[in-house]
Design a protein around this ligand. Structure first.
Ligand SMILES: Nc1ncnc2c1ncn2[C@@H]1O[C@H](COP(=O)(O)OP(=O)(O)OP(=O)(O)O)[C@@H](O)[C@H]1O
Ligand SMILES: [Mg+2]
Length: 355
């Protein structure tokens, strides 16, 4: 994990004075974690990893002179907006005038902190081979398609199944360069932005197992990595597998949404019920694989004792697509894709739109 700096909520580039005082009281009001710097040579790492960067009037010129890389979430703060606006273009930063912009400063800080709370979803199979990993990859793929051209707002896909064979294969990312679990498994605490270190394909940052190298994934690194991914992505999808390993349990604990893929039928439902009990999936929402008609949904929901949120069609082309490393929600698999798109909208809290 060498080289990944620790990210704070807020980087404050301000010398002592009224502006610094105003910024720090806004930061304190939201109980955020801030780093205050004036030395331009020390800016490079926190500039990249902080959730929000506030540059005070007294430091704007020096920061611009440092020619730091463009990033989102930079704001210029001070009492003279006309003077600050000179620096707004080179930093691509908005100007927050004080004291009248104090409320805006508060909401900017709250937004930055909210970015640290992207939804986390775990996709678990109610029985073996039912299509959980495929659905996890498909959800990440569809969410990743919504990333901005600058890479922000993408999705993250985290493989926490030590015997799954590597989820990167499902997105054709096995040859993409970047760190995999063996490099990441000593992570702990609060991490900065990992995107520059991970394989990224089509807007999806992938944390996968490495083939040929067993990793005994502990709770702490998984929590640290997921915590970091939440700050820099719009959705984090975990494939916990079905083992009783610590990483599987931690993955389902970290997930705000627990999707359980259930094969329609008596055995599928019975296995899913057992899986809910054994893994403690208190928040499980069922995704039915195959079957037709509302009756099937009602019967499975009743048998498992959890609600149904989606249905996935059987798609005969999926196994071959997986072999080719072609992302699951692509190509001729339109019905499967439609189901996944609706699910992603639900996961990111968007209203269903028609057309
Ligand atoms: N909706 C579907 N229709 C048809 N085949 C599917 C569907 N979803 C997945 N498959 C295929 O089923 C097989 C198992 O899929 P996958 O690996 O995603 O299941 P899993 O639940 O993660 O399995 P495991 O228990 O081994 O982790 C693969 O060949 C995959 O392509
Ligand atoms: Mg799997």
């Amino acid at each position: 994990m060498d080289g990944v700096d620790r990210g704070r909520d807020v980087l404050v580039v301000a010398g002592p004075g009224d502006t610094q005082d105003a910024i720090l009281s806004a930061v304190a009001a939201q109980a955020l974690d801030a780093e205050v710097l004036t030395d331009p040579d020390r800016l490079v790492l926190p500039w990249r990893s902080a959730g929000t960067v506030l540059v005070a009037d007294d430091q704007a010129e020096r920061v611009v002179a440092r020619a730091l890389p463009h990033r989102r979430g930079v704001f210029l703060v001070g009492a003279d907006p006309a003077e600050l606006s000179v620096w707004s273009a080179p930093l691509e930063a908005q100007v927050i005038p004080l004291p009248e912009g104090a409320a805006w400063l508060g909401s900017v800080l709250a937004d930055g902190a909210a970015r640290a709370r992207a939804p986390v979803v775990a996709v678990v199979g109610g029985s073996g081979g039912v299509g959980a990993s495929t659905l996890a990859a498909a959800i990440a793929q569809v969410a990743g398609e919504r990333a901005s051209p600058d890479g922000s707002g993408g999705a993250a896909l985290v493989d926490a199944d030590p015997t799954g064979g590597g989820i990167d294969l499902l997105l054709g990312a096995e040859r993409a360069g970047g760190w995999r679990w063996p490099r990441l498994s000593s992570a702990e605490g609060r991490l900065g932005d990992l995107r520059g270190y991970l394989p990224v394909v089509d807007g999806v940052s992938v944390v996968s197992m490495a083939r040929g190298q067993a990793v005994d994934l502990a709770r702490e690194p998984l929590a640290a990595i997921v915590g970091s991914l939440c700050a820099w992505h719009s959705l984090v999808v975990i494939d916990p597998g079905r083992s009783l390993a610590a990483s599987t349990r931690e993955a389902v604990r970290l997930a705000g949404r627990q999707l359980l893929v259930v094969g329609v039928g008596v055995r599928g439902a019975a296995a899913a019920r057992q899986t809910v009990a054994v893994l403690g999936l208190e928040r499980a929402e069922l995704v039915l694989r195959g079957g037709r008609g509302a009756l099937a949904s009602d019967l499975v929901a009743e048998a498992v004792g959890r609600p149904v949120v989606a249905r996935l069609p059987d798609e005969s082309g999926l196994p071959a697509a997986a072999e080719r490393g072609e992302p699951p929600a692509r190509g001729a698999r339109r019905r499967y894709r439609r189901a996944v798109v609706a699910l992603v909208r639900d996961l990111v809290g968007e209203e269903e739109t028609h057309g």
